[in-house]
Design a protein around this ligand. Structure first.
Ligand code: GLY
Length: 402
């Protein structure tokens, strides 16, 4: 196990204690709703878990893709404190979220169940959670679109709607672990194949020559020829959207874990180096590295948290121990910077991590606590403190694997 200094350990313990306190305090006032971003007054904006993704005329609405993260935070609170109430609340909330396992409209189904049912199954062994996650994995696998050049998982919309069917987003990379988990659980490699095919097509269509990534692309069907690359949440179609890069790094690390392939791990390293070079000495990524405001740009701490999470995964997988230690150290540095400069310690201000940015172009949580940022941050802290508690530790790849 790679170790950390006592000072960082104490800071991470304190941060998770704050998370557990705030999460249980918030539970009391949420009813059946789920938080997603904080409002300018510091309170949570909330949504029902049942809000599905869908088109309203031509506008796409992502629905509630955050609800699983709240369950994940309850589980992390339980693992950190041992408070059984948090585990019980997670179970109650899972019943509110479980119907979304049938949602045929969104790739975000991965986020919803990866952060909730899968760790709940790991922690409790209760098959209820596994059955829900398997149902969700079938929906994600069903989104696979075959083309002459390869296959990909479409991001949005009912399968028969061409607007979503020809579109793919970088976020899908971070949804793939739902498929990888299902492959192992159901002993059905078709889940694994679907995920790896998507990862391979994304490698060619999304990664620019400078190793930054597109947010979304459109494919011509059935040829699979890539059309335009564009953005919804970044600064511009050609800009370096920091969170998208985080999703890509995480997704390739997870693909390496599932397939045992060093090729995917090497790509994760190259994408991570690009992110870390752009980050430099900053204590958080900006929302978009190409925002002309430069050092004054709005931050996205969630992007940093996602990358820290991915770097920890890469440290577990990397066969070269010197590089593994370097990645672990980089993750701990990011987490320590976030703990020191960006924790939300003010009790009037809800959420855990300040200065996340959900969608600046849409003015939704442009400078806020965002639930997925809180989740990836907390998961990474717990992974450092209690490896294997939330999900199994990845097996280190061997240098000869391909
Ligand atoms: N749907 C993932 C994101 O907004 O980054």
């Amino acid at each position: 196990m790679l170790d950390i200094q006592q000072g960082s350990r104490a800071a991470f313990e304190e941060a998770l204690h704050l998370l557990a306190t705030k999460t249980l305090e918030d539970e009391a006032g949420l009813g059946i709703r789920f938080p997603y971003v904080t409002k300018p007054d510091g309170s949570w904006d909330t949504m029902l878990a049942s809000v599905s993704a869908g088109y309203q005329e031509d506008a796409w609405s992502h629905g509630n893709w955050f609800c699983g993260f709240w369950i994940g935070l309850l589980l992390i609170s339980y693992l950190h404190t041992g408070n059984e109430e948090a585990l019980e609340l997670a179970r109650e909330r899972m019943h509110l979220v479980a119907p979304r396992a049938k949602d045929p409209n969104t790739h975000d189904i991965g986020f919803i169940f990866l952060s909730s049912a899968i760790p709940a199954f790991h922690i409790t062994g209760d098959r209820f959670y596994a059955e829900v996650a398997l149902e969700a994995a079938q929906q994600l696998r069903a989104r696979l679109v075959r083309t002459d050049l390869g296959s990909y998982i479409s991001s949005w919309g009912p399968h028969n709607d061409i607007r979503g069917r020809r579109s793919s987003a970088i976020d899908t990379m971070a949804n793939l672990p739902l498929l990888y988990w299902a492959a192992a659980q159901a002993k059905d490699d078709s889940f694994l194949v679907a995920g790896e095919l998507h990862a391979r097509m994304t490698e060619h269509a999304f990664i620019r020559s400078d190793l930054s990534t597109y947010h979304a692309v459109e494919y011509d069907l059935p040829s699979g020829v890539r059309g335009r690359g564009y953005t919804f949440q970044g600064y511009g179609d050609e800009s370096f959207w920091s969170r998208g890069q985080g999703w890509a790094i995480l997704g390739y690390a997870e693909t390496a874990r599932a397939t045992g392939s060093l090729r995917h791990l090497k790509l994760a390293h190259r994408l991570a180096d690009r992110f870390l070079d752009a980050l430099g000495d900053a204590t958080s990524a900006p929302w978009d590295f190409d925002d002309p405001a430069g050092k004054d740009a709005t931050l996205d701490t969630a992007a940093s948290a996602i990358v820290a999470n991915a770097l920890l995964q890469m440290a577990d997988l990397e066969p070269d121990m010197e590089l593994a230690e370097q990645r672990h150290g980089q993750a701990v540095k990011i987490l320590s910077d976030l703990c020191r400069d960006h924790l939300s310690r003010n009790s009037a201000e809800r959420g855990f991590l300040r200065h996340g940015c959900y969608s600046k172009p849409h003015n939704i949580g442009p400078d806020a606590a965002v639930l997925f940022g809180d989740y990836y941050f907390a998961e990474a802290l717990l992974k450092v403190l209690k490896p294997g508690a939330f999900r199994p530790i990845a097996e280190r790849l061997t240098a000869t694997e391909v």
